[in-house]
Design a binder for this molecule. Structure first.
Ligand code: ADP
Length: 188
């Protein structure tokens, strides 16, 4: 199985590009943000625990997302691999992922990173807020907290995947089609 990590700051276009990637490479798209939002919508205990954290722009505990990912790995059939979107988001999660895959003698295939400048993050999220109505996109201070959390806790993963030679960076500035072609070229 292939295990691709789709990496990038909030608003980089991960969700937008994921659809074309899973189709072309027969992957299962696992977005921890989407999984958490459906737990919230269904009113599960996990959703209740996650709701206030997400709406304040904070991360949910590592164990929560690790559990969700591992159970999806076990239950998904008929694909050539996974596209992990929004996971791992901390070094601890990356180490947990490595440990999970090591159980079956597997490993991360590559970390595909879509990069945009900070100023563009604000611009894109403001636009998405009008279209999708996500609670965590609506308030400036929450968006800023997510960006700060990204720099403090998630950005160190770039070094983590560079160190093992698995990091591939794509320029996320351009049209959806331009960025998609850059991603395909790198993955091919
Ligand atoms: P974005 O990439 O636009 O910030 P996501 O949909 O990936 O949005 O995630 C939304 C929120 O869900 C995050 O701000 C965080 O609170 C929570 N979340 C998603 N993935 C994780 C994760 N791997 N670890 C901890 N929290 C997560």
């Amino acid at each position: 199985m292939k295990y691709y990590i789709l990496f990038g700051p909030p608003g980089a276009g991960k969700g937008t590009q994921a659809g074309a990637m899973v189709e072309r490479y027969n992957l299962c798209h696992l977005s921890t943000g989407e999984l958490l939002r459906s737990e919230i919508a269904a009113g599960t205990p996990l959703g209740l625990q996650a709701k206030s954290l997400i709406e304040a722009g904070n991360l949910v505990p590592d164990e929560v997302v690790e559990g969700m990912i591992e159970s999806k790995f076990a239950s998904t059939k008929g694909v050539d691999g996974f596209l992990l979107d929004g996971f791992p988001r901390t070094i601890a999660q990356a180490e947990a992922l490595d440990a999970m895959l090591a159980k079956t003698k597997e490993e991360v295939t590559a970390c595909v990173s879509i990069m945009i400048p900070d100023a563009m993050i604000h611009e894109r999220i403001a636009k998405r807020a009008l279209i999708e109505g996500r609670a965590d996109d609506a308030k400036d201070e929450v968006v800023q907290n997510r960006i700060n959390t990204y720099h403090a806790k998630t950005e160190p993963l770039i070094q983590y995947y560079k160190a093992c030679g698995k990091y591939r960076e794509i320029n996320g500035v351009g049209t959806i089609e331009e960025v998609r072609e850059r991603i395909f070229k790198t993955m091919d």
